[in-house]
Design a protein. Sequence first.
Length: 285
Amino acid sequence: MENMQANANGAGQPVQLIIRDLHASVEGKEILRGVDLTVTQGETHALMGPNGSGKSTLANVIMGHPKYQVTHGEILFKGLNILELSPDKRARLGLFLAFQYPSSVPGVTVGNFLRRALEAKRDGFDPNAPAQPSGQMPKRKGIPPAEFRKLLNEQMQLLKVDSTFVNRYINEGFSGGEKKRAEILQMAMLQPQMAILDETDSGLDIDALRVVSEGVNALRGPNLGVLIITHYQRILNYITPDHVHVMYKGRIIRSGGPDYAKELEVKGYEWLIQTVEEDVTAPTA
Ligand SMILES: Nc1ncnc2c1ncn2[C@@H]1O[C@H](COP(=O)(O)OP(=O)(O)OP(=O)(O)O)[C@@H](O)[C@H]1O
Ligand SMILES: [Mg+2]
């Protein structure tokens, strides 16, 4: 049969992010110790777990942060081994990460940044393009200013973002909540097929949490896969996950259905960790 294999266009099969037995280290220390996770477009997965268990590390490794070395395992997206791709190619392919701690970029306005990012995204994915711009500006299909403004205005309204935002430098002097909103605005503009949201809810007041959640929900649909990293059940009241996973010491130790986060909130992680530690230390005879 023709076209049964997933390819870069995702033709024939749903778009999937497949992580298999992933091990990754930072500065020689192994943080991820065998992560297995598959997110299919249309699904929302929540990733929870104690501080320091490796959730942000996983997000950073998926996006190709150069600080992390993958020592074993694989990550496939649209059937491609993305570990061989530079971060910008991963983004062009349709992956998006909203950072736990977004950095500020003095001198670059939100508007300019979004325009460039969108142009690059629309430029599309070319596996053979050089990873680093070689001094020459790549030829880009520009976006007509009117079209860009219209899209930006729509998304800003949706996320209740103040219009002065666009002319400010990225995250410079932004409040915690404004930074998180700026991340979701970026997501809304880029329309990825797989979005990883790392603690997008932390630091948001109750109203902002609702607005941001509504924004994410408006983007959800059969074409978008979401991996939402969070410590709190409350955002999952707005963004109902299909699956909930618990990470501990660099592995996913348990997964459950939509209500699993509520159970975790009541019981805490201690009991779960204990059963896992017992499993690990139990003699295998
Ligand atoms: N760039 C880095 N340099 C040194 N250590 C790092 C780095 N990134 C992660 N680590 C270490 O890896 C471990 C996992 O960190 P990570 O940020 O992935 O945890 P997390 O699950 O996201 O925690 P939290 O819930 O607090 O955000 C921690 O012990 C952390 O100190
Ligand atoms: Mg983290």
